[in-house]
Design a protein around this ligand. Structure first.
Ligand code: GTP
Length: 435
């Protein structure tokens, strides 16, 4: 016990009391997110579908206030021309070759207050322009799918770098302003794509219809969409939304399908303002005036309010559905629990399965190629073996012949030697001697 007293005393452990202020700092997260987003920029891949001349290019230019499409060389069709077109076409035009669908992408960077937006507009030219439009949506569906596939491949790479998101985030569909109802082609197209992209239908060139006609047209369209069970993109509602946000989103929702008017030209109003719009003898239609058309609502939905929602729904729902469907087709079973897409374990498992299925396929292919190579080599070897054998036999025959010839010669020589000795005098002498 004496020894123990020699040991130096342990210093008293002091508990340091720190005051917790309560403020941890995660309220700063939006700011961090904001900074990162500004740095990375945003991208929007917009698919535009509609018949020729419905004002697609004009509307895109109007939406983003930029000349993405050069409109200067386009024929000007005004309201009067629009409804005439059917009757005006000479009959021989009907026998023209069927137009095929061409998918073209136009890209641009837009910057506003230091925020960069990369805009890719995918235009399906020639849609609905054929006499028989059966299955004419297939190239468009293929385009959407191939963009999903590209993303899926990038996700499944062993080394994943930053994946460029080329998936279609929204599809603007231009409805012809007939004022009657949707065409069967419209509905078939909606059916083909509504579960693959955020569908946003618009009534094109709505300035050719009166307000009452638009209202009636919208009701008919909505009925038809309900009947066909077509899902459109809807502005989402959140519990945290304040009354104003909820009202705005309700109003936006009520305006679908948006009756739009596009124009990049400036016109002067009677009260001396200069606005983007279309001038008519009876007055001016202002593009950016919500009392005149639904253009403002469309822009709100697409860019100002819900761009991120469009991207998120594409990624979390539409792409996920496509992905799981693809896995199912590969013969991989999965459980369909509600939160499947957000379960990282399951997702990892699915990815592993997908990867393994791919590997197995690759292995089978490699095996087949290997077997084929082996077969070829074997055949070649058999052939050269036969050749060798033939050559061997040929040489052997030749040698046998040579041997035989030599033996013959030897025999002849021996014979001549015998003969010679028989005839020589010595021999004779000898013979004689012997006799
Ligand atoms: P394609 O490239 O041939 O498919 O045509 P598009 O759908 O891109 O149509 P575009 O924007 O070239 O417009 C065709 C014509 O319609 C042009 O003369 C435009 O001035 C006119 N136009 C465009 N938008 C509107 C609109 O909202 N109302 C009216 N009345 N005319 C419009």
């Amino acid at each position: 016990s004496n020894e123990r007293q020699v040991l130096p005393d342990q210093p008293d452990l002091k508990v340091i009391q720190r005051k917790i202020t309560g403020y941890v700092g995660f309220a700063n997260l939006p700011k961090q997110w904001h900074r990162r987003s500004i740095r990375n920029g945003f991208n929007l891949n917009l698919l535009c579908v509609g018949q020729k001349g419905l004002g697609k290019s004009t509307l895109i230019n109007t939406l983003f206030n930029k000349d993405l499409y050069d409109l200067s060389e386009r024929p000007v069709t005004e309201m009067a021309d629009l409804k005439l077109e059917d009757g005006v076409n000479p009959p021989e035009q009907l026998e023209e070759e069927q137009p095929t669908i061409k998918i073209e992408t136009v890209s641009t960077e837009i910057e506003e207050n230091g925020v960069r937006l990369t805009l890719n507009v995918v235009d399906a030219q020639g849609f609905g322009d054929a006499i028989d439009n059966t299955d004419s949506w297939n190239p468009i569906v293929d385009e959407i799918n191939s963009r999903f596939d590209q993303y899926l491949d990038a996700e499944n790479k062993i080394e994943r770098t930053v994946i460029t998101d080329n998936r279609i985030h929204a599809c603007l569909y231009f409805i012809e302003p007939t004022g009657h109802c949707l065409s069967p082609l419209d509905i078939e197209f909606f059916r083909a794509v509504h579960e693959k992209c955020n569908l946003i239908p618009v009534i094109a060139k709505s300035d050719i219809l009166t307000d009452e006609e638009i209202e009636k047209f919208k009701v008919t369209i909505k009925d038809q969409l309900n009947e066909a069970e077509i899902k459109l993109f809807e502005p989402p509602k959140y519990l945290i939304d304040d009354e104003e946000t909820t009202n705005r989103s309700d109003k936006l929702h009520s305006k679908i399908p948006f009756a739009v008017v596009g124009s990049t030209s400036d016109v002067s109003t009677p009260d001396g303002r200069v606005v983007r719009g279309r001038a008519y003898p009876w007055g001016i239609i202002e593009v950016d005036n919500e009392a005149h058309s639904d253009f403002v609502y469309l822009r709100d939905l697409l860019v100002r309010q819900y761009l991120e929602e469009l991207r998120e729904r594409t990624s979390n729902i539409l792409y996920e559905n496509y992905r799981s469907e693809k896995l199912k087709n590969l013969g991989i079973k999965q459980d369909n629990s509600v939160f499947r897409e957000f379960d990282p374990d399951l997702r990892q498992k699915e990815e592993k399965q997908l990867h393994e299925a791919k590997l197995a396929k690759l292995e089978a292919e490699m095996k087949a190629v290997f077997q084929q190579k082996v077969n070829e080599k074997e055949k070649k070897l058999q052939k050269s073996e036969a050749e060798l054998f033939a050559r061997h036999k040929e040489m052997k025959d030749k040698l046998t012949k040579q041997l035989k010839a030599l033996e013959d010669k030897k025999h002849q020589l021996e014979m001549s030697l015998v003969n010679q000795s028989a005839n020589s005098p010595v021999q004779t002498k000898k013979k004689g001697f012997l006799r």
